[in-house]
Design a protein around this ligand. Structure first.
Ligand code: NOJ
Length: 496
């Protein structure tokens, strides 16, 4: 009998622990913030209203339509320039804590420089910011999300070091005009992506330049300097009165186990992917492996210098420490393995890493978006370990389809990724403080046009009104936010 009681007691203890931990795992910690995001060129439209200047995406979509999957543009996009009040109501009805939007540089500074400021352009962002505040939603402002003025591109864009000053002048206008209402600024969204896909070997994104396998290094170099300059400006001139926080955003991909995936291959992948941007900010200078490999391969290619520019000691120190949080955009993972061609002396990739994938993995409508939540947890733990567990904002995470209203796959993606993140917080102590749904609305997905849609709200791009309608994921998120707990994925009988 005694044994029976002991056995029952142990059994109950195990059950209580499992159910207790399950609940903890699926619930957001207290104080955790959930929001959604957009970017100016992807949603605003109104590309030529008032005195707005032309930006690189206006130019690119008008002059290189063949590069955009459906030949479309962001001329009207979701028309959020005219419909921002409705957008704010959607955010409010979702119960979200914050809304991340970006400012279009050429709407505020029509000719790119700060000698001429558009009152109309500024007013739009002031109205949007005020509408958010009036509805109890925190505005989070991205100062630059890929759409710089075309005139600056004609002067070299991010490959011209003067861009650092031009960007800083623009940032000052934003701090002065919006800073009194905004507590969180993101200086720059994903330098890695616009640099690699806009200035390197592909012509996927504006400005669409192919610059000798070097343009992306110059572009990141100048973007990091621009970011640090804006950070110091905020610190020196605005922080005391505005009491906000400011940081940079980088996309990092995760990894999952597989043949030939080793600790070393993961580390090398991480440094080229995430460390290239964040090591200069959290530790100082580019990661050693990045410097050494690019220098060695450049030498093999007979360059008299490394294609990766060097920071002076002053810049290393100036950039180090310039973020108040780790801004992370995360979508997908791979199996990073060493490129075996290097054993034969063939160096085709500076990183030396191949991101291998498995054809059985499911994807969204974006071919690169493999659904692998496990990789997210691996990444969060690596960031914790590499950078001393900084406060981390997930500023983008989401899934693309072709616009289905019954978006079961999207909900399933969110369920997997958010539970992985909650486990990393609750079980592994990762200091994640906020999560952002990408995106509020279906919108212009850069070179994919409107063929890859990430919204949790549908937009009818065939109606002149750009009518918004709820998807299944709208109500799922509403429930998650009001309960602060992940909800089961609804079952779809027609799903395979
Ligand atoms: C990251 C970018 O910041 C955003 O603009 C884009 O739409 C998403 N990734 C999805 O590709």
């Amino acid at each position: 009998m005694e044994h029976y009681f002991i056995a029952v007691t142990i059994f109950c203890a195990i059950i209580t622990r499992i159910s207790c931990c399950d609940v903890v795992k699926l619930t957001f910690p207290s104080g955790f913030r959930v929001g959604t995001a957009s970017a100016s060129y992807q949603v605003e439209g109104a590309w030529n209203v008032s005195d707005k200047g032309e930006n690189v995406w206006d130019w690119f979509t008008h002059n290189k339509p063949e590069i955009i999957a459906d030949g479309s543009t962001g001329d009207v996009a979701c028309d959020s320039y005219h419909k921002y009040e409705e957008d704010v109501q959607w955010v409010k009805n979702l119960g979200l804590d914050f809304y991340r939007f970006s400012v279009s540089w050429s709407r505020v500074l029509p000719n790119g420089f700060a000698n001429e400021v558009s009152e109309d352009g500024l007013q739009y962002y002031k109205n949007l910011t005020q509408a958010l505040i009036d509805n109890g939603i925190e505005p989070v402002v991205t100062i630059y999300h890929w759409d710089h003025p075309q005139i600056l591109e004609d002067l070299g864009g991010w490959t011209n070091e003067l861009m650092v000053e031009w960007y800083a002048d623009y940032a000052r206008v934003i701090f002065e005009e919006l800073g009194p209402m905004v507590k969180t600024f993101i200086t720059i969204n994903e330098p890695k992506i616009y640099c690699e896909q806009g200035y390197n070997s592909t012509t996927k994104k504006a400005p669409g330049k192919t610059l000798e396998n070097m343009g992306h290094y110059l572009c990141v170099h100048n973007s990091l300097k621009a970011h640090a300059t804006a950070y110091h400006m905020y610190d020196d001139e605005f922080r005391a009165t505005q009491q906000g926080q400011i940081g940079i955003l980088t996309p990092c991909t995760g990894w999952v186990p597989g043949d030939n995936v080793t600790e070393e291959s993961i580390e090398q992948h991480f440094q080229f992917d995430c460390g290239w941007i964040m090591h200069p900010i959290y530790v100082g200078d580019y990661p050693e492996i990045v410097k050494t490999r690019v220098a060695n391969i450049s030498a093999l290619e007979n360059y008299p210098f490394s294609r990766l520019p060097e920071f002076s000691q002053e810049w290393i120190e100036y950039i180090n420490g310039t973020t108040d949080f780790f801004g992370l955009n995360h979508y997908t993972s791979s199996m990073p393995i060493f490129d075996t061609a290097e054993e034969l002396g063939i160096y085709t990739r500076d990183s030396g890493i191949i991101k291998s994938t498995n054809s059985s993995w499911s994807t969204g409508s974006s071919s690169w978006l493999y659904v692998l939540p496990e990789g997210f947890g691996n990444l969060l733990r690596m960031i914790r370990d590499q950078y001393n567990n900084p406060p981390l904002y997930v500023f983008e995470n989401g899934y693309s389809d072709t616009g289905e209203l019954e978006d079961y796959e999207r909900i399933s993606y969110y369920y997997g990724y958010v539970s992985e993140m909650l486990a990393a917080i609750n079980d592994d102590g990762c200091n994640v403080v906020a999560y952002t749904i990408w995106s509020l609305l279906d919108n212009f997905e850069w070179n994919a046009g409107y063929t890859e849609l990430f919204g949790i709200i549908s937009v009818d791009f065939n109606s002149s009104d750009r009518t918004r309608s709820a998807k299944l994921s709208t109500s799922w998120w509403q429930e998650v936010i009001s309960t602060r707990t992940l909800q089961d994925v609804p079952s779809n009988s027609t799903r395979r």
